[in-house]
Every structure is written in C-alpha cells, then in structure tokens.
Write a protein that binds this ligand. Structure first.
Ligand code: HSE
Length: 298
C-alpha cells in the first residue's frame, strides 16, 4: 500500500530537438514515497531538500496526480512525500521528475490502469503549471526511459528510441536559476527556412545514430541553430564550457533543457568523466560554483 520510487532527472531538447527530444539519466534524481490512504483525495505531507509548495494545486506532482484521478475511478486517496535532489530551475527536469514520478507511483498503487505512454499527458499538466507550456520532452523520457521523441503533440504521439550502450552524459549546473518560462520568452516565434533545414537534418541524423550506434554521426548531428544562440546568453561561460567539453573529446555539447545546466555526450564513462572535469575547470577559473554529474542514459 506504499511505494518508494526514484524519479530521474532528464535532459530535454538534446541540442537539435527543441521540445521533441529528451533523454533519461541513470543516477541523478529525486525520491518519492507514495501511500494509499482511506480518505479520498491527494495530500503532499512532506517535501525535503527544496522549498516547494505543499498545496496540491500549486505543486506539479499534485496537479499531475489530480489529472490522473480525473480519468479513473477510485475510492482511495494518496499521501505523497517528496525528497528533492534536483534543484528547480536547473535545466535537468526538476518539475518533470516530480510530475512523472507522482503519476507513475499512483498508477502502480492503483494496479496500473494506465500504460506508461498514457501517463505522459497527466504528467504534462505538471509541466504546464511549472513553465506555462505543455511540453513533454522531460516527462516522456522520465516515464519511458532512454531517449524519447515527441513525434506530434496534437495528437500526442511519443516514440521510445534506443539509447546506445556506451553513451554517457556529463552535466554541469552553474548555481543560478533560470525559469523555463523566462528561457522560453527569449525565443523567436519564426525561423528562416534555411535554419529549419539545418535543424531537421541534424535531428534526423541524431535519431539515426541512436539506432546504428554511429557515434561519429551523433557528433556531427549535435548542433542547435535555433534555440542555443538565444538562450546561451543567459548562461555564464557557456561558450567556454562547450569548447572545453569538445576539446576533451565529447561528441557534442549544448544547453540542457532550458538551462542553465550544460550537457555533453561522450562515448564511454571514462571519456565522460574527463569531459565533466574539463567543463568544471572553466567554472573553477571563473570562480563560479557548480554541481557536476556523469550519468549513463537509461
Ligand atoms: N523543451 C523545454 C524547453 C524543456 O526547452 O523550454 C524545458 O525543460
């Protein structure tokens, strides 16, 4: 009647896939304990690690679970405890971890009335509360694991993609907060055709590389000509960190989700660790504080 789960961090966009591509990290995330209660309704009884609202309608986990419960019948209620390790506004899917984790846990306690794919729109309600946008590129990989593609939003069509075995992510989080809503407000609503052509060429190349384990193709494809030029201005030392990652042998590097975290992808854990250390050196020189992660994609 109670369940304890790991709620993984995620990297959305992955350079060329703004709002459609995301990947799930193996060893970075929150924990959540959810209990069935006799009284109907949802209560968030505890949040540790971060200051976040306990009120159901103001909390992404609460909103996501309410959406799930709207779509099923149950006579029981739920009590949620959240142990946050992922900082809000870090760019590695803090709100998605809570939204996706909560609906996953409640679904499980109800005997799995919904498939993982069917949970995605419920979790998206949490994302809407957090950022004002119903994007699925964090909640989909958090629920399904590995890489996911949002082929379409209307109707919602989520495709699970393979994650090459030797692929690792290095992530550095400068200790500033960038709100997704703010990072979205700097974007342009229109893009030139030539830019779009480059972007969808790269996205196709990146997705192809996941199926063929073609790391060189992955490296050639990890570019973002649309969002990164605008958002990178919000991130201290972005160009230097990216350069350091590529110089240390990363396949590619870019903004994680809406930032300010910067990610790099590498072949092999040793390379990813070396890349992470090179990224960290840039912030050491700048005297900036940071969190550093190396994770398999799973
Ligand atoms: N795709 C979203 C964005 C992800 O970049 O705004 C937010 O984490």
């Amino acid at each position: 009647n109670s369940i304890k789960i790991f709620c993984p961090a995620t990297i959305a966009n992955v350079s060329c896939g703004f709002d459609v591509l995301g990947l799930c990290l193996d060893n970075v995330g929150d924990e959540m304990v959810v209990r069935k209660t006799k009284e109907k309704g949802v209560v968030i009884s505890k949040i540790e690690g971060q200051k976040l609202p306990l009120e159901i309608h103001k909390n992404v986990a609460g909103v996501a679970v309410l959406e799930l419960l709207k779509n099923t019948r149950t006579e029981v209620g739920f009590d949620i405890e959240i142990y946050k390790n992922i900082k809000p506004g870090s760019g590695i899917g803090s709100s998605a971890a809570s939204s996706a984790g909560a609906v996953f846990a409640v679904n499980k306690l109800l005997g799995n009335p919904f498939t993982l794919h069917e949970l995605v729109p419920f979790a998206m309600k949490g994302e809407e509360l957090a950022s004002g946008a119903l994007h699925a590129d964090n909640v989909a990989p958090a629920l399904l694991g590995g890489f996911t593609l949002v082929r379409s939003y209307h109707p919602l069509d989520i495709i699970k993609l393979p994650a090459p075995d030797e692929l690792y992510a290095s992530i550095i989080h400068p200790q500033i907060e960038v709100k997704t809503a703010d990072a979205r407000s700097v974007l342009k609503q229109n893009i030139p055709l030539q830019t779009a052509i480059r972007q969808w060429g790269n996205l196709g190349g990146l997705i192809s590389s996941l199926y063929t384990n073609d790391y060189e193709l992955m490296g050639r494809s990890l570019h973002d000509d649309i969002v990164e030029p605008l958002r990178s201005l919000l991130i201290p030392g972005f160009e230097d960190v990216k350069k350091a990652a590529l110089h240390a042998g990363a396949l590619g590097s870019g903004i994680s989700g809406s930032g300010p975290s910067i990610f790099a992808l590498s072949k092999g854990k040793d390379k990813a660790t070396k890349v992470a250390n090179s990224m960290a050196k840039v912030y050491d020189l700048l005297g900036l504080e940071y969190d550093l992660h190396v994770s398999k994609i799973n």
